[in-house]
Ligand binder design. Structure first.
Ligand SMILES: *[C@@H]1O[C@H](CO)[C@@H](O)[C@H](O)[C@H]1NC(C)=O
Ligand SMILES: *[C@@H]1O[C@H](CO)[C@@H](O)[C@H](O)[C@H]1NC(C)=O
Length: 128
């Protein structure tokens, strides 16, 4: 008879931690989504952030770039991921289909394989 901690109790303190890690969250019909920015002065290690997201049943996250360590830590998490393209890369990615394909190949393809460790990348979008 293990006592279960109600989710509502867990949510607030952990979200406070998430905000310190420069995450912001939005609530919509699909549940809670989190924007994962990494400009904080003391960002939490990516695996720690993913742990917090999972502990709080966060189903969706938006990234501001395709950082391989962040994508790696989302492997197998079942969290739906939107990848943002940094402003600094927009021009080159927009310059040719080849450049865009190369970017996807170099930064995303290895994370979207079929296995249990894949990252559920739903879409790639320009900066917000
Ligand atoms: C992308 O390229 C198109 C066509 O060359 C151009 O009209 C558009 O302004 C460009 N957008 C950006 C964000 O560079
Ligand atoms: C992604 O790929 C491009 C080249 O295709 C590279 O210039 C860029 O630094 C890579 N990394 C990230 C995080 O976008």
């Amino acid at each position: 008879m293990a006592a279960e901690i109600p989710k509502s109790r867990l949510l607030f303190p952990a979200l406070a931690v998430l905000l310190i890690a420069s995450l912001t969250y939005t609530v919509n019909a699909q549940g809670i989504g989190v924007n994962w920015g990494r400009a904080a002065s003391h960002p939490l290690p990516a695996p720690k952030v993913v742990e917090l997201l999972k502990a709080n049943s966060i189903a969706k996250v938006k990234l501001f770039d395709a950082d391989p360590l962040v994508l790696e830590s989302l492997s197998g998490s079942n969290i739906h991921v939107t990848v943002g393209i940094p402003n600094s890369m927009l021009r080159s990615l927009n310059s040719s289909l080849k450049a865009a394909e190369a970017w996807v190949h170099d930064n995303l393809t290895r994370f979207v394989s079929d296995g249990a460790s894949r990252v559920l990348i739903e879409c790639v979008i320009p900066p917000f």
